[in-house]
Design a protein around this ligand. Structure first.
Ligand SMILES: Nc1ncnc2c1ncn2[C@@H]1O[C@H](COP(=O)(O)OP(=O)(O)OP(=O)(O)O)[C@@H](O)[C@H]1O
Ligand SMILES: [Mg+2]
Length: 366
């Protein structure tokens, strides 16, 4: 078991400043997910923690000890990569045991740990098979088994599910979450998939250009993003961002679109922005905050009439593209709320959770 502390960590590759002064504390037993777009420095940061890259500044502390000068094998870390290279000429059992044999663990102890890991991962029936006789998901389990038999202080995962098909990914994601419940070892997991990040993490660390943009519990980041980037990265389909002008109107306020339409903001949103009359603003409305209008509208919910453009049913919900303020926006509606392209639909937009962003700074202002 171990907590992890990064303080002012930098990493350069030549001119590329891949990690830019990261401060991060991960508690003992926590499941932290590093997420962000391609190239933002996730793998570099993980590899630096593992000791596979030397930082160009800062300190890395694991379980209270600075490990900057320790080699990877001295850090008692287990790592699972996207390309989980198994040894093709060893059986599943021998693959899982490989690291233990290399460390001269007694044979009886090896057998016990391999069978425990196999049991936990549901691969007990495959122990005598070779990797080529396994499916992708089964191979991935073997790679995870190889890591967990080590009884490491810290588990690092770098996109371990990205080679699997969608259904297997979902299954393995659930298993990794269950595994963490069972072994409660500190885990740091890298992905660029925001769904994986939301579902697995105790804490999401969202990286952008080598910096931490925001970190916190999944729903905290989703509901209280500090920047437009965070609002846009989390959530599927993505939040709609519509350019508009802010206009105060006595105690109330509205956002006015370039196309002339406007939406009246709920008073709780309008009040703190009384001095912003005339300012440009990006109006962030999540697809989930649209619905078919019916009956009286609650406070903060406004009517909006639109024409359905693209209609994408998913089974449970139907994503419908509409125009709002001259911009394409996606509304997530009930499966049968809309049936044909060009259909006129009366919608309600819940503005109680609208995200208002300053387009100049990218910061959320309300
Ligand atoms: N060995 C290297 N030499 C030079 N530049 C590198 C090297 N490894 C990574 N980089 C650069 O450092 C930056 C961060 O890369 P990194 O692999 O950490 O990104 P990532 O967030 O893991 O991306 P992805 O989601 O695509 O895996 C990128 O700009 C990348 O091009
Ligand atoms: Mg990577």
């Amino acid at each position: 078991m171990a907590d992890v502390k990064l303080s002012g960590v930098h990493k350069y590759y030549g001119n590329v400043h891949a990690v830019r002064g990261v401060d991060l504390t991960i508690a003992d037993g926590e499941f932290a997910v590093l997420v962000g777009p391609s190239g933002c420095g996730k793998s570099t940061l993980l590899r630096t923690i593992a000791g596979l890259e030397d930082p160009d500044g800062g300190t890395i502390t694991i379980a209270g000890a600075v490990v900057n000068d320790l080699r990877p094998r001295e850090r008692n870390i287990a790592m699972v990569f996207q390309n989980y290279a198994l040894y093709p000429y060893l059986t599943v059992s021998e693959n899982i045991a490989f690291g233990l044999r290399a460390r001269k663990t007694p044979e009886i102890e090896i057998r016990k740990r391999v069978s425990e890991a196999a049991e936990m991962l549901g691969i007990g029936n495959f122990l005598q098979r070779y990797p080529r006789q396994l499916s992708g998901g089964q191979r991935q389990r073997v790679a995870i088994g190889r890591a967990i038999v080590r009884k490491a202080d810290l588990f690092l995962f770098d996109e371990p599910l990205s080679n699997l098909d969608a259904q297997l990914r979902d299954e393995m994601r659930t298993e990794i979450k269950r595994l963490h419940h069972e072994i409660t070892t500190t885990m740091i997991y890298v992905t660029h998939d925001q769904v994986e990040a939301m579902t697995l993490a105790d804490r999401i660390v969202l990286l952008r250009d080598g910096n931490i943009e925001q970190q916190g519990a999944p729903l905290e980041l989703f509901e209280q993003p500090r920047t437009g980037f965070v609002a846009g990265f989390l959530g599927s389909p993505s939040i709609n961002l519509i350019p508009a002008t802010f206009r105060t109107n006595g105690p109330g306020a509205a956002v006015v679109f370039q196309t002339g339409g406007e939406l009246t903001l709920p008073s709780a949103k309008a009040r703190p922005l009384a001095n912003m009359d005339g300012r440009d603003i990006l109006v962030g409305i999540r697809p989930q905050h649209f619905s078919r209008a019916g009956g009286p509208l609650r406070e903060g919910v406004v009517p909006y009439s639109a024409t359905a453009d693209l209609i994408q049913p998913t089974g449970t919900r139907t994503f419908t593209t509409i125009r709002i303020g001259g911009t394409d926006a996606v509304a997530e509606l009930q499966a049968h709320d809309v049936s044909s392209h060009g259909e006129r639909i009366d919608l309600a937009i819940d503005l109680n959770r609208v995200v208002l962003i300053d387009p100049a700074s990218g910061l959320v202002i309300a």
